[in-house]
Ligand binder design. Structure first.
Ligand code: PTJ
Length: 246
């Protein structure tokens, strides 16, 4: 990462790409993760590579949901692990959530490598290795979850998620927070809280909101959740992308 000069106009984007490449080399990110990254990067460019106000609202609502949750779980895939391992561990700590590895392209080697990588970045407990439960209505490999993790969670944060699994989790009645730079993709469309922002900016901002709301009472947290307009947030992001108005 030292090779990229910080004053480069595309610094953040190059850094992100570099982390994904390193993730592939380390065996934590799937090759498909590079395509996902390319798509994300294009949407981020159109959004102006910043957290738009409606995304900040979504990040605040996400923090309120995580603080109110009985059992929140943060789902980790190969891209998330490569991009924000320490930031996910920190958020888990602040809102008292579990981290669970849940992969689209599941192999025992990648699960282990990702769990190790998260522990190297400060996570103390990583779920997803037991995989003793199934998300109903989803093809076998991708449905594997921990019985005491995602399966029984009330609030799940699923970043960069595939649409089928997001839908299946939604059908299980879970409150879903989805981070995805494409507002038209199916996962943000089914989310209770669609966060249309780069995960690199979104996770630290959710953590900051959670820290600020740490002393808020239940009524205040519920108010934040009720005031959040999910349709409006999706429309706002789409409008911003289509306008080309940077
Ligand atoms: O590690 P695995 O095996 O679980 O696989 C993970 C990937 C991401 C490869 C897999 O889930 C996949 O193929 O996902 P998709 O269908 O490409 O969806 C990824 C979504 O995340 C796309 O809509 C991208 O625009 C979006 N995205 C990519 N990078 C970012 C992003 N959203 C936010 N921040 C990013 N940095």
């Amino acid at each position: 990462e030292e090779e990229i000069p910080e004053d480069h106009p595309r610094y953040q984007d190059l850094l992100t790409r570099h982390r994904i490449e390193r993730g592939v080399e380390k065996g934590i990110t799937h090759l498909q993760g590079m395509h996902a990254e390319g798509r994300g990067s294009a949407f981020d460019y159109l959004l102006g590579e910043e957290t738009i106000p409606s995304a900040d609202d979504a990040e605040r609502a996400a923090a309120a949901h995580l603080l109110l949750a009985e059992h929140p779980v943060l789902s980790i895939n190969g891209n998330v692990a490569a991009l924000v391992p320490g930031e996910m561990a920190e958020l888990a700590d602040v809102v008292n959530a579990d981290l669970e590895v849940n992969l689209f392209n599941r192999t025992p080697e990648r699960i282990e490598a990702i769990a190790d990588h998260l522990r190297e970045h400060g996570a103390d407990d990583v779920k997803g290795l037991t995989a003793d439960a199934h998300i109903p209505n989803l093809e076998h490999e991708r449905s594997k979850v921990d019985a005491d993790g995602i399966y029984e969670a009330d609030v799940v944060l699923v970043p960069l998620e595939d649409g089928d699994r997001a839908e299946a989790l939604d059908e299980m009645g879970k409150i879903e927070i989805v981070i995805d730079l494409n507002p038209l993709s199916r996962s943000p469309q089914v989310a209770d809280v669609p966060v249309v922002d780069n995960i690199i900016r979104a996770i630290p901002n959710i953590t900051e909101h959670a820290r600020r709301l740490a002393d808020a009472d239940e009524a205040e947290l519920r108010e934040i959740i009720e005031a959040f307009d999910r349709e409006g947030a999706l429309e706002d992001a789409e409008e911003r992308i289509r306008s080309g108005d940077l």
